[in-house]
Design a protein. Sequence first.
Length: 276
Amino acid sequence: MVKCMNNQNPKRKRKNEAVKGSVFTFFSTASAVGKTVLAVNYAADLAERGYKVCLADLDLQFGDVCNYLGITPTQTFFNYYDQEEDRRDTAAFITETQFGFDVLAAPLEVDEGFVIDAETILQAINQLRDDYDYVLLDTTTGFTNISMAILEQTDVLYLPCVVDFIPSIKDLKIGLETLHKLQFDYQRMRLILNRNKAETQISIKDVEAIVGRPFQYFISNDYQGIMQSIREAKPVVLTEAKNKLADEISDMVSEELGEKEETSSGLTGWLGSLFR
Ligand SMILES: Nc1ncnc2c1ncn2[C@@H]1O[C@H](COP(=O)(O)OP(=O)(O)O)[C@@H](O)[C@H]1O
Ligand SMILES: [Mg+2]
C-alpha cells in the first residue's frame, strides 16, 4: 500500500451509504496503555484504504488525539454539546486532518468535558454513524455512565493492555469480568497486548491464565518510533520506512476487515482465527 498523506484528496464519500457506519472503540481499565496511539493509527490505516473515517475523542477531560496529530480544533465536542439538543449536528463540529480522516475533538478545558452527559454522546455517535463508514472512539479509562453509553453503541471493542505490573493485570481481569456481567459479546472484543516484549518479568501465558482469555493481537514495544511519530504529529502507519509496529497495526485492521488471504479452513477475519 502506498503510504501517503491525503491532504490533496477531495472530501471522501462513504463506501456504502445504505448502511450505518461501524463503531470501533478503544477502551481500557488502566491508563497509558496505548488507546490513543492505536486509535490514531487505526484511523489513518482505514483512511488509507479509502474509507470515510471519523475519530471521536471521547476522553472528554484529558483527550490526546489532537496533540498526537498536531491539530488545533476550532470546534470541539463541548461546542456540539453546547447547542440546543435538536440543533446539534456533528458535521458542524468536525476537524479535518491531512491524514484523510476527520476528528471530533475532545473539549479543550476539563470543566467543559465534565458537563457532557451520556445522552449527548449517544446522539453524537448516532449522527456520526450516518456520515462515516467507520466511527472510531477513543475513550478514557474505566466504567462510567459515559462508557456504558459508548459500549452500548460499540460494534467492536479493542482492549489494549500493558502487562507491566500486577495491578494492571488485576484491573484487566476486573474489566473483563465487568464486560461479562454487562453481557458484552466476547466475539466483539479484541484483547491487545501492547508494548509486547517490553522489559517485564511477567509471562504472557500467566497473564492469559489469570484473566481467562487469550490475547488476539500483539503490538511491539517501539518507544522511539512512537515518540518520533508524536513529535512529528504523524501516525506511524503513514511513515515511509518499514516499521514493524505499523505493519502489526495494519495487519490488525486487515484482520478485522476480513482482508487476509483465505486460510485452509476457508474462514477469514478474527472469527476464522478461532478455528485455525
Ligand atoms: N507500542 C508502543 N511502544 C512504545 N511506546 C508506546 C506504545 N504504545 C504506547 N506507547 C507509549 O505510551 C504512551 C501512552 O499511550 P497512549 O496511547 O496515550 O495511552 P492511553 O490513550 O491508553 O492513555 C505513549 O505516549 C507512548 O509513549
Ligand atoms: Mg488516551
